[in-house]
Design a protein around this ligand. Structure first.
Ligand SMILES: [Zn+2]
Length: 303
């Protein structure tokens, strides 16, 4: 299928009361597994590429592969540039095919966060690309990604969120209401009243980072209060590591046994989480609700 507009997808999710999983891919095996998992659930899906992972793969090469996979998919797919550090990397990501970008600059003072995010919005909107901004800060605690998100948690203030959306023009907003990046140590306490107040204060769909480790009912509580995109990576990474270790021991099983095992567990976890998020079975409805998107930002059809 052609790529779809991320803003349309998330607005559809918000209206229909579900969330779309946004899963970070770190190689083409992950891309295949994420799409296969979404196809099994008949769910729309976002495949993300986090700038902090670029040290581990060749981003332009992987985006080219992801573009082929997305167009071949039987469910609507969007390709998202996750945790972008500024205007230049966001522009590069769009050139390579991303149709959504995150401006990850909420650690800066508010006025600088607004200025950088606004510059990304102006550039991205000119070519039909959706922008996710962030107010507040979601830190890391443990596991592969934790070290990449240093600092203390800063919860999102509803009034500041409203100002940020008005001043930047972002299409979707990542909020900090208790989740953390990485593997959680203790049960996460979500500030659901804060989330409800933010959802009341802003008109755009909301995003939760650090989805790994939340209980099913916590996901449902988030979605009931306006969360429409859940970023999920550590859960995939932990399952993939364990599956690869098991498949490659003894080592004479061969490297491809590890690839197959990783693809199977990642796909199964994507299917499982799409069901929890309420995205399962939504692929056809999402497809007809979303404008299509192509690399030059031209809309293939409007509705
Ligand atoms: Zn994140």
């Amino acid at each position: 299928m052609p790529l779809i507009r991320v803003d349309d997808l998330l607005n559809h999710a918000r209206t229909a009361g579900y969330a779309v999983g946004a899963y970070d891919a770190v190689d083409s095996n992950f891309v295949s597994a994420i799409i296969a998992g979404a196809e099994a659930a008949r769910a729309p899906v976002i495949v993300s590429f986090a700038e902090m992972h670029f040290a581990h793969y060749d981003f332009p090469v992987l985006m080219a592969a992801a573009m082929v996979a997305a167009r071949r998919a039987r469910v609507p797919v969007a390709l998202f540039f996750d945790h972008g550090t500024g205007l230049e990397t966001a522009r590069d990501a769009i050139r390579h095919g991303a149709n959504g970008v995150m401006a990850d600059v909420s650690h800066l003072p508010f006025s600088e966060n607004v200025a950088v995010t606004r510059s990304i919005v102006a550039m991205a909107h000119a070519v039909g690309v959706t922008v996710e901004g962030e107010v507040g800060y979601v830190p890391g605690v443990a596991g592969e990604d934790a070290i990449l998100h240093p600092g203390e948690i800063q919860l999102t203030a509803p009034a500041e969120a409203a100002r940020f959306v008005a001043e930047t023009g972002v299409d979707v907003l990542a909020v900090s209401i208790g989740t953390v990046h990485g593997r959680i140590r203790d049960e996460i306490k979500l500030d659901l009243d804060r989330l409800a107040a933010i959802a009341k204060a802003v008109a755009v769909p909301l995003v939760i980072h650090g989805g790994t480790g939340l209980a099913d009912e916590q996901f449902r509580a988030l979605i009931a209060r306006g969360v429409t995109k859940v970023n999920y990576y550590t859960g995939l990474s932990d399952l993939a590591s364990a599956a690869a270790a098991a498949a490659l021991d003894p080592i004479d099983a061969g490297y491809t046994a590890g690839l197959d095992a990783v693809r199977a567990v990642v796909a199964a976890e994507v299917t499982r989480t799409c069901e929890i998020f309420g995205a399962a079975g939504r692929s056809d409805a999402a497809q007809s609700a979303c404008r299509l998107w192509q690399e030059d930002g031209t809309l293939l059809r409007g509705n």
